[in-house]
Design a binder for this molecule. Structure first.
Ligand code: T1G
Length: 703
């Protein structure tokens, strides 16, 4: 095996090895971890093609990935490089498509994005049965930019190509073969199969050129595709461009579509939406890294779990473990509550089975892993125990005192508290190093976010185990510190306050919510409050005022609750719900607001959507900056991940902190001051230095 020397460039490329098998030259890409098309890869591949061209004895070329996968795409880190420095994927693909000798892509792992585009420019594709092939560019706010929009429709048909490019989801090799995207499924060794295919087929036939086929599609098909974008990709740029390019593949010569694709790719790549989605791609992976905790930090094995509380949260949490085959013992204080909890879990699974997403056999298998009990003593062997009872510190302390006596040595003791002080909970145990917060978001079996609350004495092992467990149960884990509300809820508290102020100043609740719809959130603050239940906040405010010896709260929201309008669950809250689900502006709420404003002498004024949007998003950003300054969150990117996976912030905005970076922190500071707020010191400092939150994250990572 030698390293390809590229005559066209000075040094050899260590990223591509060449080897010869009979008359076949094998080019093996070694660019771990995913063989992205990084600088050095094209140089090596070109050198390999040079070698194949120069040697008459070579009659075919096989391109294969070393390690765990074929090429997983262009190197996303190079998107913002100056064009002349970025790896020239299109240039390589142009050469490969016209190459004089037959080429075979040998695919295992994932052939994604530019990786599949390289494979499409090969004459043939051989894949392992578990390989996956896809064009996920839309998830990065871009479009396939190296021929995918023109070649895929010509191979699998426009309908399937649109489905793949708009969803960004891969297909498995068996389906790819049925589609004609893969020519042969390799049984046994992939390279052996690919070389054999090159010898038996590729060398025996005239070279097939995808670009010479026509793609077919009807006007109705494209009209339907465009109409669907309003639902699936509302407000996004790249999906519409993908439909345009797929349509071009049916109407124009290949070269014209190829050229148009390049221009539209650049347009999408340079959009704030692509910057937002690429930011989240990396931020989500960074959030899983805990500075100071390397791969050598010992972890505990989680083979069984105990859940205390079989209510909505406890049941949802239990399902996450059952879904990955981890047995759960679930505890309640009364048989009817236990039966009810199990019934909800079973019903959830049966509903999924009715939708065809799992079999009834799967339902039974998962339910068989669930052991109900009324005795906490039955948790004595559990590797992790998660308390999921209602938000009351005394109750939690009592439970953790019992757990301390029951749980085996080394068991992780976790609380699902959404705001309470995990240090205080840990203080009642003799094992504070084993205590951690695992804040699941409701519904816990659906929402991907898991705030991992690191208490003062939580050990590195418990923390690292919890982060690994988050991945295992398919959650996006983010480490947060102890404070009231941790990160997400602490910020949303300010967001809710600002929303209420906007209404007191004259805005209609539906207009405030509409501002957030325009930003891309599925629900605005008042729809969210009605959904959660207004009485939750009401009781907290009443309790806090009583504890503080303050007068009973009498805000406009309190008055709505006191009319028995508790939100969607009572078909009336801030909105009315005549059909039980869809919010409709309520005359009763308008009346409460008008009375309240006149009693308080509040002058109503017109409030623009721009003002509402700025005040709501910047209330999050300002508190987020304070949270960073206090070290409660490790990165601004972590806060963005929390808001995308826990609060429905649109990923194509990148999260609140990325959104602020896009507006410019100086203008955020100016707007905050203009609306009567004091910018957090860190935000002010970054603005004064002309920096972004992303800069702050980078500097911190280097420290
Ligand atoms: N570029 C750069 N780095 C990448 C990368 C990529 N394409 N894919 C993964 N990484 C890094 C990732 O950040 C992480 O780094 C490590 O690899 C492991 O990733 C012209 C323009 C392949 C399914 O969108 O979907 O081609 O944190 O944790 O869970 O048309 O990675 O270790 O430092 O995700 O096993 C299209 C994106 C690009 C594929 C593997 N391709 N990657 O999942 O590992 S755009 C994609 C993935 C394009 C062309 C267009 C997944 C994976 P670190 P990981 P994994």
């Amino acid at each position: 095996m030698s390293q390809a020397q590229s005559p066209s460039s000075s040094g050899s490329s260590a990223l591509v090895d060449t080897s010869r098998q009979g008359n076949v030259l094998v080019l093996t890409i070694n660019n771990p971890p995913v063989n992205a098309f990084s600088p050095g890869v094209p140089e090596g591949l070109h050198a390999g093609l040079d070698m194949a061209e120069a040697d008459e004895g070579i009659q075919a070329v096989v391109i294969i990935g070393g390690g765990r996968t074929f090429i997983a795409g262009a190197d996303i880190k190079t998107f913002d490089m100056p064009r002349e420095q970025a790896p020239d994927l299109r240039g390589f693909i142009t050469r490969l498509d016209a190459f004089s000798k037959p080429t075979v892509a040998a695919i295992h792992g994932t052939a994604l994005g530019g990786g599949l585009e390289v494979a499409l420019a090969c004459n043939y594709r051989v894949a392992t049965p578990d390989a996956q092939l896809g064009l996920p560019e839309v998830k990065l706010g871009v479009l396939p930019g190296a021929g995918g929009t023109q070649r895929l429709p010509r191979v699998v048909g426009v309908q399937k190509a649109l489905e793949m490019m708009l969803s960004g989801n891969p297909v498995r090799a068996a389906e790819a073969e049925a589609l004609g995207l893969v020519d042969e499924l390799a049984d046994g060794d992939l390279l052996t199969a690919a070389v054999a295919y090159a010898e038996a087929v590729a060398m025996a036939r005239p070279l097939p050129r995808i670009s010479e086929r026509a793609a077919e599609g009807s006007a109705e098909l494209f009209a339907a595709a465009r109409a669907g974008l309003g639902k699936t990709h509302k407000g996004q740029l790249a999906p519409g461009l993908i439909v345009d390019l797929a349509e071009m593949a049916t109407q124009k010569p290949f070269q014209e579509g190829w050229d148009a694709e390049a221009a539209l790719f650049m347009q999408a790549k340079d959009s704030p939406q692509s910057r937002g989605l690429r930011h989240i791609f990396f931020a989500e992976r960074e959030a899983g890294k805990i500075p100071g905790l390397g791969k050598t930090t010992p972890q505990l094995e989680i083979r069984s779990a105990g859940i205390i509380g079989a209510g909505t949260m406890g049941g949802g949490i239990a399902m996450n473990f059952l879904n990955v085959g981890i047995p759960v013992t679930i505890v309640e204080t009364a048989q009817d509550a236990l039966d009810r909890g199990l019934g909800v879990i079973r019903k959830n699974y049966e509903n999924t089975a009715k939708k065809g997403r799992m079999s009834m056999d799967d339902v039974e298998k998962r339910m068989a892993l669930l052991t109900p009990t009324l005795s906490m003593d039955d948790l004595k062997d559990a590797d992790i125990i998660i308390e999921a009872v209602y938000e009351n510190m005394d109750v939690k302390k009592e439970i953790f005192t019992r757990l301390d006596a029951v749980a085996k040595p080394g068991a992780i003791l976790a609380s699902n508290t959404s705001t309470l002080d995990v240090n205080e909970i840990a203080s009642v145990t003799k094992r504070p190093e084993s205590v951690i917060g695992l804040h699941f978001f409701s519904p816990a079996n659906v929402m991907k976010l898991l705030e991992i609350v690191r208490a003062d004495k939580t050990s590195d092992t418990v923390l690292a185990t919890s982060m690994a467990l988050a991945k295992k149960i398919r959650k996006v884990g983010v480490v947060v510190g102890v404070c009231d509300g941790f990160v997400g809820n602490r910020m949303i508290h300010h967001y809710g306050d600002e929303a209420r102020k906007l209404v007191e100043e004259g805005a209609k609740p539906q207009d405030v919510d509409a501002a957030m719809h325009t930003l891309g959130l599925p629900m605005g603050p008042f729809e969210m409050s009605d959904m959660a239940g207004l009485d939750v906040g009401y009781l907290i405010r009443q309790h806090q005022a009583k504890v503080a010896g303050q007068p009973k709260p009498d805000g406009w929201l309190d008055r709505i609750v006191e009319q028995g309008r508790k939100g969607q669950k009572t078909q009336a809250g801030i909105y009315d719900y005549p059909d039980g689900r869809k919010p409709v502006p309520s005359a009763a709420t308008d009346e409460v607001l008008n009375t309240y404003r006149s009693e308080k002498g509040l002058q109503s004024r017109e409030i623009s959507q721009e003002e509402a949007t700025k005040r709501l998003t910047y209330s999050l950003v300002n508190e987020g900056a304070q949270i960073l300054d206090e070290g409660i969150a490790q990165r601004a990117g972590d806060i963005d991940v929390i808001y995308i996976y826990g609060y429905g912030f649109p990923a194509y905005r990148g999260g609140p902190m990325q959104y602020a970076d896009e507006q410019g922190l100086s203008s955020v500071v100016a707007d905050l001051e203009n609306y009567g707020h004091t910018p957090a010191p860190l935000l002010k400092k970054l603005a004064q230095e002309g920096k972004t939150f992303a800069d702050w994250d980078k500097e911190k990572a280097r420290a």
